[in-house]
Design a protein around this ligand. Structure first.
Ligand code: HSE
Length: 449
């Protein structure tokens, strides 16, 4: 057997995912060496809790408390950042890049907020940053979009990228229970954090969407300007009503150009131009029950892309968890080591210097809408609602009134619109919001069919 090369790895953060990476690197050393031709040597782990790292089988002399010590060892060529958060993680990643190390990270918040700076530093230092585990955990999504779909211009991307939200919404649909009950259950079972805000308010999905936009649409977003709605306000009434009419509610991350590139045809149509305006949004949305994304339940993730050459692809699997996430991190480590050792010049992914698309305002978003109004049950109410919608060019596809569903003389009126512009829907709701028969703020949920 030919002699194997080796590549030194330094890891920062031996927590849940970091611990999983350590275990896989140690236990699968031989398998990884056989498959890559490289001995992946874990030379140092930085963590303030030395004991938990030692418990994973890392020798004492390879554990350090300060990540800067990793740079003392010139044999460490890849630094794996798994501490999470933005502050210290940003310092550690930037210092690693400045020290000429390749970086592997699972940190979506870091890249969504400071990606421009980090990737520009990587470019300046002639090194790369790999981040497969940052989006949809163990699903090999980044490599698929970046490499497998390299020739495609993406026409649309739709994904369930937060397992916590998907678990809660699936439980609400299955049991008819409220959001608060299902969240409490998710926390009890370990599917939701003690502080679940980043998940249920959509921020985590937003971070992932920002990275997917950079890869699939060559467009970096200004993260604070991204449109993000979470699931905190979702009512069990809406899940029940729409479920009975054939819909499933999901929290979706959506990227869709206003004018998608045309499909490559047999006649050779479809040049390489792509551009115009790009809608990027995280919001709860209704899917038809037959839609494959509607069938993705529990804490699983799935992303559907449409490429102009390949057409639909769907990626499905575990978006979180110690070993699924560690699986993606180790893949990045192996790929980065291969490019270093075999010198093919590949430095990992670097984002475009210029955005392909401009951001599109949500007021110009066009889709179908589900609206629910809790109204006093008296003559003329339905007519007033229909007139307000019509005067703003919103056409009604279906309307349902639920008799006596509120004990206090109010009824629910649910409207399903035809395709409409969001600005027109909002203007209608502002007008209806001032009418005296309305009990609560109207509910608006987009329909993505
Ligand atoms: N908290 C995330 C989720 C996993 O619930 O999917 C990490 O991004």
């Amino acid at each position: 057997m030919s002699e194997r090369c080796s590549c030194g790895i330094g890891l920062i953060g031996g927590g849940v995912v970091g611990g999983g990476v350590v275990e896989l690197l140690l236990r699968r050393k031989e398998l990884l060496a056989r498959r890559t031709g490289i001995e992946l040597e874990l030379l140092a782990v930085a963590d303030i809790d030395r004991e938990r790292v030692a418990a994973l089988g890392v020798p004492e002399n390879r554990i350090v408390s300060d990540y800067r010590r990793l740079f003392d060892n010139p044999e460490i060529r890849i630094v794996v950042e798994l501490i999470g958060g933005v502050g210290v993680a940003a310092e550690a990643v930037l210092a690693s890049l400045d020290a000429g190390r390749r970086v592997v990270t699972a940190n979506k918040a870091l890249l969504a907020n400071r990606g421009r700076e980090i990737f520009s530093r990587a470019r300046g230092n002639g090194v790369g940053v790999a981040f497969e585990a940052a989006v949809a955990g163990g699903i090999p999504l980044i490599a698929s979009i970046r490499d497998g779909l390299i020739v495609n211009r993406t026409q649309s991307l739709l994904g369930i990228v937060n397992g916590t939200c998907n678990y809660i919404l699936s439980q609400m649909a299955a049991s008819g229970r409220s959001f608060a009950d299902c969240l409490a259950e998710a926390q009890r079972l370990g599917f939701a954090e003690a502080d679940p805000s980043a998940d249920i308010d959509g921020l985590d999905s937003g971070h992932k969407l920002a990275l997917l936009s950079a890869l699939a649409f060559e467009t970096w977003v200004d993260f604070p300007a991204l449109h993000i709605e979470g699931i905190r306000g979702i009512k069990d009434d809406d899940i029940r009503i729409t479920r009975d009419l054939g819909y499933t509610l999901k929290l979706l991350a959506i990227a869709r150009p206003e004018h998608p590139p045309e499909t490559v045809g047999e006649d050779g149509k479809g040049g390489d131009e792509a551009g115009g305006r790009l809608f990027l949004s995280v919001h709860p949305a209704l899917l038809r029950n037959g839609d494959p994304l509607a069938g993705v339940s529990g804490s699983l993730n799935a992303v559907r892309t449409v490429g102009d050459a390949v057409r639909e692809s769907m990626f499905y699997g575990r978006g979180a968890g110690r070993y699924p996430t560690a699986s993606a991190v180790v893949s990045d480590i192996a790929m980065t080591a291969s490019s270093l050792i075999f010198g093919d010049g590949y430095r990992g992914w670097l984002p475009p210097e210029r955005n392909a698309y401009e951001p599109a305002p949500m007021d110009d978003y066009r889709t179908r809408y589900y609206l629910r109004f809790a109204v006093r049950d008296r003559p003329g109410v339905l007519g007033n609602i229909a007139t307000a919608l019509g005067s703003h060019r919103v056409s009604i596809a279906a309307a349902h009134q639920f008799e006596n569903d509120h004990p206090d003389g109010f009824a629910s009126v649910c409207i399903f619109s035809h395709l409409a512009r969001e600005g027109d829907i909002r203007a209608s709701l502002a007008e209806i919001g001032g009418m005296d028969f309305l009990r609560d703020k109207p509910v608006l949920i987009r329909i993505e069919d």
